[in-house]
Design a protein around this ligand. Structure first.
Ligand code: HEC
Length: 175
């Protein structure tokens, strides 16, 4: 009996710690508590382009893990992939309103919707305004389910056009 009592005493902190850890674990992949370094990630596009759905101009930044999957329009992104989209109000990037973020979480985070974490921060990335399984983000990104909820297809098409134009410019310059 005494042993059982001891065991229970041992269990209480263990249970407490494991419950307390859960949200932490969930956030573990969202490695930064703030996202100040978003602009130091890899920018995929050459010029800002007009967002198809938002009344805004955007850039697309990825971390190393997400780069290949995005560029190759893969159907599954590796866990830990991060993609950032800053939204500006004009092509000169004079006013950066917010940054929208997607991070690929571990299996089980949101299995029905591709296990993506969604976030919205201010321009500096310091203030996290919304986060988690944000339904209206999910609803629209589900249109790109085949490429793991990423609009990599249309964005990469835009980037291809930009690169071709840039090459043409270089060509003209050479003559
Ligand atoms: C009405 C549709 C729609 C909604 C709602 C929406 N997005 Fe998007 N999102 C897009 C489209 C389309 C793109 C491709 C780039 C572009 O045209 O803006 C995109 C691109 C992105 C990207 C770059 C990765 C990619 O898919 O190419 C991120 C990150 C992102 N959105 C985050 C969010 C977050 C966070 C929310 C919710 C706060 C959200 N989006 C809501 C349509 C939407």
């Amino acid at each position: 009996m005494k042993n059982i009592f001891k065991f229970c005493l041992f269990l209480v902190p263990v249970l407490f710690i494991s419950c307390a850890l859960q949200p932490e674990e969930e956030r573990a992949l969202v490695s930064e508590k703030s996202f100040e370094n978003w602009s130091k990630k890899i920018k995929l596009n050459l010029e800002v382009f007009e967002s198809e759905t938002h009344d805004a101009f955007v850039d697309i930044y990825v971390n190393k893990l997400a780069k290949e999957a995005y560029e190759e329009r893969l159907s599954i992104f590796p866990v830990g992939s991060e993609v950032y989209k800053p939204l500006y109000n004009n092509t000169k990037k004079e006013n950066l309103a917010r940054v929208v973020i997607m991070i690929k979480m571990k299996e089980g985070y949101d299995s029905k919707n591709g296990d993506w974490w969604y976030g919205v921060t201010d321009r500096t990335g310091k203030e996290l305004w919304h986060e988690g399984r944000i339904q209206h983000c999910i609803d629209c990104h589900a249109l790109a389910k085949e490429t793991d909820y990423m609009f990599s297809e249309s964005v990469m098409e835009e980037i291809k056009v930009q690169k071709e134009l840039r090459e043409e410019e270089v060509h003209i310059f050479e003559y």
